[in-house]
Design a binder for this molecule. Structure first.
Ligand code: NAD
Length: 252
């Protein structure tokens, strides 16, 4: 892909399934990756396995201070920041509307929405300080486009990031900053392990995946390829876009 070699890319949620795949793919394309996550042990392994020299920073994306800190750390390590994949996320539990607590709702919003807002803002500030353009991809979800009776907080958070996407793309366009999103469908990562009760568990996940037009669940690599494309110059005329990576599930 054009325009990724030598770029400095931050990936959040990089210890997880989709984030680790994106970190690896960007490094394979020649980018220096700064991997960010809460899970220090897995994070280190991901960063150390990259084919191009990378760096890792343990940070909580819901903390203003820590988000400022990881962007600063990336800029100090590699001299600049060009690309940011805002991917960290949590599912929340399987709770129907009457049982969903305020504490859980707030926690999902703090990570999935405030975390994206803070990361996009910090990236824009860094691009401005550098006097450069830049490029951002947010991980939304098929849940950004659909409702759910039992993952209300999660789906709400994934709708909300589309508001950040659109506002940031409109603000960033004249500055040469592109902002896009991917909307994955079913990708069997730890996100599902954290919510085994979601819609009947893994068996039901397999059944749902096999009813998509492509008849299978997605992989981290399926999503990573699209993220890398959006971050590359091959997508130079795309901004404010939400690209589904769901085996066609959105059209069923
Ligand atoms: P995952 O659980 O494997 O990875 C998520 C990562 O985010 C984990 O490594 C976790 O430690 C990290 N994280 C959680 N809270 C954090 C915080 N406060 N600060 C920093 N890091 C934090 O799950 P995944 O499937 O790779 O999810 C990645 C993204 O993809 C999420 O935003 C998720 O909502 C989205 N998504 C996943 C699917 C799917 O089917 N797996 C579908 C649609 C969207």
């Amino acid at each position: 892909m054009r325009g990724l070699r030598g770029k400095v890319a931050i990936v959040t949620g990089a210890a997880g399934g989709i984030g680790a795949a994106t970190a690896r793919r960007l490094a394979e394309e020649g980018a220096h990756v700064v991997a960010v996550d809460l899970d220090e042990e897995r994070l280190r392994k991901v960063a150390e396995s990259l084919p191009v020299e990378g760096h890792w920073v343990r940070a909580d994306v819901s903390s203003e201070e820590e988000v400022t800190g990881y962007v600063r750390a990336a800029a100090e390590r590699f001299g600049r920041v060009d690309l940011h994949h805002l991917n960290a996320g949590i599912p929340g539990s399987f709770a129907t509307l009457p049982t969903l607590t305020v504490a859980e709702f707030d926690q999902v919003m703090a990570v999935n929405v405030r975390g994206v807002f803070l990361g996009v803002r910090a990236a824009f500030r860094q691009f401005a300080d550098q006097g450069s353009s830049g490029n951002v991809v947010i991980t939304g979800s098929i849940g950004s486009l659909r409702g759910s009776a039992d993952l209300l907080a999660y789906q709400t958070s994934k709708h909300a990031v589309l508001g950040i996407l659109k506002g940031a793309a409109m603000y960033g366009g004249p500055l040469g900053v592109r902002v896009n999103a991917v909307a994955p469908g079913i990708v069997p990562t730890d996100l599902f392990a954290a919510t085994p009760e979601v819609a009947g568990g893994k068996d039901d996940m397999s059944r749902r995946a096999s009813s998509t037009p492509l008849r299978r669940a997605g992989t981290g690599d399926d999503v990573a390829g699209v993220v890398a494309f959006l971050l590359s110059d091959d997508a130079a005329y795309m901004t404010g876009e939400v690209v589904s990576v769901d085996g066609g599930a959105a059209i069923v």
